[in-house]
Ligand binder design. Structure first.
Ligand SMILES: *Cc1c(COP(=O)(O)O)cnc(C)c1O
Length: 468
C-alpha cells in the first residue's frame, strides 16, 4: 500500500516519490488509522514543541505497524508522549483542549523549548572561525584537523530524528542554519589553515540538496587543489530515511558521479552514515544504495547515539555492527545522548551505556571493533567512557578525551567518582577529591566567569587559536 491508500503503481515501485509527513498531514497516514485516538493526540501535543517530520519510506518500509506504538522505528520519527515532561505536556494539552490561538500555543512551545537546553556545548557561539575580521558563520572549527561546514541549502532532513541534538533549528529557533552561503569562504579558510586535513559537510543533511547544489560546494574544493586537504566527509541520514536518493531520484546518477569525481581528484570521500537500528539496514533499497555508493570508491562509516526506547540493548548493537561490516560499512562512533531536548526520554546513564557498549563489543569480531564508544561529544572535546575500576581503594569511572578542543588533551585518561546516575560530563565529579578535571580552567578571579566550568578552550596551551 502506498501512503494514500492506493496500491503502488508500477512506476511508484520503480521510483517512489518522496512524500513528507508532518503535523499538517499525519492524520491521513493509512497505517495510523487503527491507533487509539489518544496516540494521535499525543503526536499532536508533543509535535507542537519538538520537531516532527517522517516520510513515505519510513512509514511504508521501516516501521513495523504491528508493534506500534512500541516500535523503535515509529519512535524514531513520531513524537511520543514521554518526550515531553509531564508538566510541559499538560500545558500544551490544556491549550489545545481550550482551542487556544496558534499564537498562544507557539508562545508556550517556545517557552518550553527554552527550558530544554536548546544550545548545549556552546553550539551557537563557539568554534566559529574568523577570517580577515569576519566571522564565518557556516564553518565550525573545534578540532585541529577537521572543519565542519554547514551548507545553507542542506539544513533540513528527509525525516527528523526525534532525538536530534540539533532540534532547535527545525522548530525555527536560532541556529547555525543561516550559514555556509559560499564555498569560496571555505576554500579561503582552508588555504590559510594548513593544519586542516578533513572537511565534514553536515547540517541538517547535505544529501537533501540537489546534485548541482552539492556540486557547487564540492567542486571548488577539488579545483583549489589544496595540498592539506585529504578527506571530504558527508554526514547524512539519507541511507536510513531516503535510500532512493542514490537509486531513483532524478539526480541520483549525478550524485554518484560527483562522489566519483571526489576520488578522481585524489581525495577520500567518507560518507558518515547514521544508523540507529538494524532494521534501517534491512531493506532492499538501502542495500542497493550502499552498493552503489561503495562502487564510487567512497567508504561508509557509521555512527549512532545509544537511545533508550530505541536501541538500548547490547544484542541489537552487536547485530547492527555485524551487519554493517557484512555490508562493507565501517562502525565508527557510539554516542551518548546530549543534554538537550528529550534527554529525559532517550538518555542512558554513563555506567549503563558502558555496560551495553562492552557487552556488544565483546560479541563481535575485530572487524567491527573499529567502533569507539560510548562517547560524549561535549564542550571540551569527545570524551570516551573507558570503564569502571578500582583506583586508590575507590571505585571510579575511567574516561579519556578522544578529541580535544586543545590537541594536547587527546588521549589523556582521567577519573571521575563512580556514579550510576550521571548521564553527561557535567554530572560527573572529579575523583580523589580534585576540584576540577584537567581540562577545566581554574576560576579566574579577575574575570566574571559565567558559571561555565566547561568553557575551557585554551588557545595559549596549544600555541595557536585555530580560528584566528
Ligand atoms: C566529532 C567531531 C568532529 C570529527 O571528529 P573525528 O574524531 O575526526 O571524527 C569534528 N568536529 C566536531 C565539532 C565534532 O563533534
Amino acid at each position: 500500500m502506498s501512503s494514500n491508500g492506493k496500491l503502488h503503481s508500477a512506476e511508484d515501485r520503480l521510483a517512489p516519490r518522496y512524500k513528507a509527513y508532518s503535523l499538517r498531514n499525519f492524520r491521513h497516514i493509512p497505517q495510523l488509522q487503527d491507533l487509539p485516538p489518544a496516540y494521535l493526540r499525543a503526536i499532536e501535543v508533543v509535535g507542537q514543541v519538538l520537531p516532527f517530520r517522517s516520510n513515505n519510506y519510513v512509514v511504508d518500509e521501516l516501521i513495523d505497524w504491528e508493534r506500534v506504538p512500541d516500535d523503535p522505528m515509529f519512535r524514531l520519527t513520531f513524537p511520543q508522549p514521554g518526550m515531553l515532561l509531564p508538566r510541559h505536556y499538560q500545558r500544551i494539552e490544556d491549550l489545545l483542549a481550550n482551542n487556544a490561538s496558534p499564537k498562544e500555543i507557539k508562545q508556550a512551545a517556545n517557552d518550553i523549548r527554552l527550558q530544554l537546553n536548546p544550545h548545549p556545548a556552546g553550539q551557537l557561539e563557539q568554534n566559529v572561525p574568523v577570517l580577515d575580521g569576519k566571522r564565518l558563520m557556516g564553518i565550525q572549527h573545534k578540532y585541529r584537523e577537521t572543519v565542519l561546514f554547514f551548507p545553507s541549502q542542506g539544513q533540513t532532513c528527509h525525516a527528523y530524528c526525534s532525538f536530534c541534538f540539533r532540534w532547535p533549528q527545525f522548530v525555527g529557533m536560532p541556529s547555525l542554519r543561516f550559514a555556509g552561503q559560499e564555498a569560496g569562504q571555505l576554500v579561503d579558510y582552508l588555504h590559510r589553515h594548513p593544519e586542516v586535513t578533513d572537511v565534514l559537510f553536515t547540517g541538517g543533511d547535505p544529501m537533501v540538496m540537489r546534485a548541482q547544489n552539492l556540486a557547487a560546494y564540492i567542486e571548488p574544493l577539488l579545483a583549489a587543489k589544496l595540498p592539506n586537504l585529504r578527506s571530504i566527509r558527508i554526514g547524512t541520514k539519507s541511507l536510513s530515511y531516503w535510500p532512493y536518493r542514490y537509486l531513483t531520484d532524478p539526480d541520483a546518477e549525478q550524485i554518484l558521479a560527483l562522489f566519483e569525481r571526489i576520488q578522481q581528484a585524489g581525495l577520500h570521500l567518507a560518507v558518515m552514515a547514521h544508523f540507529n537500528h538494524p532494521r534501517e539496514l534491512s531493506t532492499e533499497a538501502v542495500r542497493q544504495a550502499i552498493r552503489r555508493i561503495r562502487n564510487t570508491g567512497a567508504q561508509i562509516r557509521t555512527q549512532s547515539p545509544l537511545l533508550r526506547h530505541i536501541n538500548d540493548d547490547a544484542d541489537l548493537w552487536a547485530t547492527m555492527w555485524q551487519q554493517q561490516v557484512h555490508l562493507g560499512l565501517i562502525p565508527y562512533y557510539m554516542f551518548i545522548v546530549r543534554d538537550t531536548g528529550a534527554q529525559h526520554y532517550f538518555g542512558v546513564p554513563l555506567v549503563k551505556a558502558w555496560r551495553i557498549f562492552g557487552d556488544a563489543y565483546s560479541r563481535v569480531s575485530g572487524l567491527a571493533r573499529t567502533v569507539r564508544g560510548p562517547i560524549m561529544s561535549a564542550h571540551p572535546g569527545k570524551v570516551q567512557v573507558i570503564g569502571v575500576t578500582q583506583a586508590a581503594g575507590q571505585k571510579v569511572l575511567v574516561l579519556r578525551m578522544l578529541q580535544g578542543r586543545n590537541a594536547k588533551w587527546v588521549q589523556r585518561p582521567f577519573f571521575a567518582d563512580y556514579d550510576t546516575k550521571a548521564m553527561w560530563l557535567n554530572g560527573l565529579k572529579p575523583a580523589f577529591h580534585r576540584r576540577r578535571f584537567f581540562f577545566e580552567q581554574a576560576p579566574d578571579p579577575a574575570r566574571r566567569y559565567a558559571g561555565a566550568s566547561l568553557n575551557c578552550y585554551e588557545p595559549a596551551a596549544s600555541g595557536r587559536a585555530y580560528w584566528s
